[in-house]
Design a protein around this ligand. Structure first.
Ligand SMILES: [Zn+2]
Length: 420
């Protein structure tokens, strides 16, 4: 006999505290970087809890960790839910851990209630989402999605000189009881619960965000080159002032881009001047532009606008403008059926929910390339994350897990009466 599955709030909060103790920092945060001893301890704790429940535990060549609760139909592709367990060196207790542990709580809640699902449900903890010890981030999910084989990163080195290949092997070896998966199983869909890492939900007092897309990101590096000259003796018409051109371009872009489209983001985060002397007209100015938009076509239009604006500013001040592309991370639009399903799940549990885009990238962005994916966000205090002060209110932790449980039941299929 089964009864309605319910999240055990006290158990989930205890579980968050247990994992926050692994790599705990004096300031209340977490240092549990990917493939470190602490990361291995967290993976073992989760695996042991899974075995204690009779769930199966798998890992793949990227050390992604999977916990499977069997469904009635064992050969149907499973629903995948989860996030990551690694943190920044001065990270918080919730980034990644919240999504992974809430997903595990869903499995426990189903088990406690004796509820079977038609499909298997698997919890995943993707390896190295943060990219702090080994760059880039999202290695585990990229490998899972077939963007790169994990061997492509074997030679990447941690700051202490350890090669990724060594740490990867040691991490896999630290869980010898887990079954090795050499091929990626088909999955029905992937759902990732995560903290918002921004201020929108808290400001609007909405506990759940249904994420429709992850912004694309482009990093541009602009260099204006003019001519160094005396600050006192050079009249306006003789000046080839690289800083004037840069200031002109930056002011123009800051005044127009985000004002014209509230979904766009433009940040000038680094600027250097040559020769950098008080009484010399700058010969060369280099600055970066971080440009983001959820729509790939709109992002391309923004890049073209930056190029044109810089060309005009350069011409105005007798300078050349050269623009390089340092990073080009495509946006991802999540599956609309899944986004609808998040709203439906929230509605049936009477949890307020709003649609939103994600400003940061996540594992779900990569899994989305091979299977329908979507994300739920919960608010974090002042939008702060990647920070030891990161904080999520207990009630938001519980509402997030409840929404994830309802969604899991809807997607994995409640067992019908005839199957009981
Ligand atoms: Zn994260």
């Amino acid at each position: 006999m089964s009864r309605p599955a319910a999240v055990d709030g006290a158990r989930l909060l205890r579980s968050l505290a247990d994992f926050a103790a692994i790599g705990a920092t004096p300031a209340g945060g977490v240092n549990r970087q990917a493939l470190s001893i602490e990361d291995r301890r967290a993976r073992r704790l989760l695996a042991e809890r899974a075995w204690g429940r009779g769930f199966s535990v798998f890992q793949d060549e990227a050390a992604n960790l999977f916990i499977r609760r069997e469904g009635v139909h064992v050969d149907l592709p499973p629903l995948l839910i989860g996030s990551h367990l690694d943190s920044q060196p001065t990270g918080g207790r919730f980034d990644g851990a919240l999504g992974t542990l809430s997903a595990f709580e869903v499995l426990e809640a189903l088990d406690d209630a004796g509820v079977s699902t038609a499909r298997p449900v698997e919890v995943v903890a993707f390896t190295n989402e943060e990219g702090s010890r080994y760059a880039p981030g999202c290695m585990g999910s990229m490998a899972f999605a077939g963007v790169h084989a994990v061997s492509a990163w074997h030679e990447v080195m941690a700051p202490d000189g350890t090669r990724l290949e060594e740490d990867l092997a040691a991490t896999l070896k630290a869980l010898p009881e887990a079954v090795m998966r050499h091929a990626r199983p088909d999955i029905l869909a992937f759902i990732e619960l995560h903290i918002e890492q921004g201020p929108v939900l808290e400001r609007e007092t909405v506990p759940i965000g249904a994420v429709t897309a992850v912004q694309g990101t482009k990093w541009l590096e602009v260099t204006f080159t003019g001519q160094a000259a005396h600050a006192g003796t050079t009249p306006r018409e003789f000046r080839k002032d690289a800083m004037a051109a840069a200031a002109n371009a930056i002011a123009e872009l800051q005044a127009t881009v985000m004002a014209a489209d509230p979904q766009s983001r433009l940040t000038v985060g680094r600027l250097t001047l040559q020769p950098g002397s008080v009484n010399v007209i700058p010969e060369q100015v280099t600055f970066t532009i971080d440009l983001r938009h959820p729509d790939g076509a709109a992002l391309a239009v923004l890049e073209a606008l930056v190029r044109k604006t810089c060309a005009i500013a350069g011409e105005r001040w007798g300078c050349t403008a050269a623009i390089g592309l340092l990073l080009d991370m495509a946006s991802g639009v999540f599956d609309s059926t899944l986004v609808d399903a998040i709203e439906t799940a929230c509605r049936s549990r009477k949890i307020a929910c709003r649609r939103m885009t994600s400003g940061a990238f996540h594992d779900a962005l990569f899994v989305n390339r091979i299977a329908p994916s979507a994300m739920l966000f919960v608010p974090c205090r002042n939008g702060v994350s990647h920070n030891e002060a990161e904080f999520v209110e207990d009630r938001h932790v519980l509402l997030g897990a409840e929404a994830l449980l309802e969604l899991t039941l809807n997607l994995a299929g409640r067992r019908t009466a005839s199957e009981n």
